[in-house]
Design a protein around this ligand. Sequence first.
Ligand SMILES: O=P(O)(O)OP(=O)(O)OP(=O)(O)OC[C@H]1O[C@@H](n2cnc3c(O)ncnc32)[C@H](O)[C@@H]1O
Ligand SMILES: [Mg+2]
Length: 208
Amino acid sequence: MTRRIGSGKLVIATHNAGKLKEISALLAPYGVECISAGALGLPEPEETGTTFVENALIKARAAAQGSGIVSLADDSGLSVAALDGRPGVYTADWAERQWFEGEPGRDWYMAMGKVEGLLAQQGPDVDRSAAFHCTLALAWPDGEYAVYEGIAPGSLTWPPRGQLGFGYDPVFVPKGREQTFAEIDSAEKHTISHRADAFAKLVAEQFG
Ligand SMILES: O=P(O)(O)OP(=O)(O)OP(=O)(O)OC[C@H]1O[C@@H](n2cnc3c(O)ncnc32)[C@H](O)[C@@H]1O
Ligand SMILES: [Mg+2]
């Protein structure tokens, strides 16, 4: 029997504002008091793993140890079929760190262009299928943990479209749709995304 979060405090071990917003919305119905790793001043651990599971556990364990509170991390990424699954666990790293109006951030437009450039090298008939992956890891300060995985299949489009969401959303068209994730409102994204898929499994086990 997996240990449960219950209705106490939960640290959200991410430094990505887009993810934090989505995770808080997905957890809103379950009466958990969410605190972000940033608000607690927790450092961003180095993601030295080679799989989504390893990196999610690194982030969740670092936050649980640093805060003494059960922590939830999300490691996610875009796997492109024609690029043998890249950028995969390196999805965030493909976007260079930059300063935008005095704030640190990453250049997602440049990263989306990098993916598109590699696809374009394979010619006009290249297979444009891709999938977003999301691994959620829960870690307790005493070392116990649980992992939940989700996926959203789809394809890549170019040029980027839409203003909603974050990261690579403007180039990702989920399967069966015509709009990109950045053109789909957040309530609807929460019914079809990789994060929603992983959360459905977490919710069934933790709050079911
Ligand atoms: O590690 P944390 O602090 O959580 O934040 P991060 O942005 O570094 O997150 P990851 O290491 O998991 O990298 C995953 C990247 O994949 C992209 N990504 C993940 N989920 C996404 C989504 O729902 N829509 C668009 N892009 C997404 C986004 O660019 C993320 O930066
Ligand atoms: Mg990261």
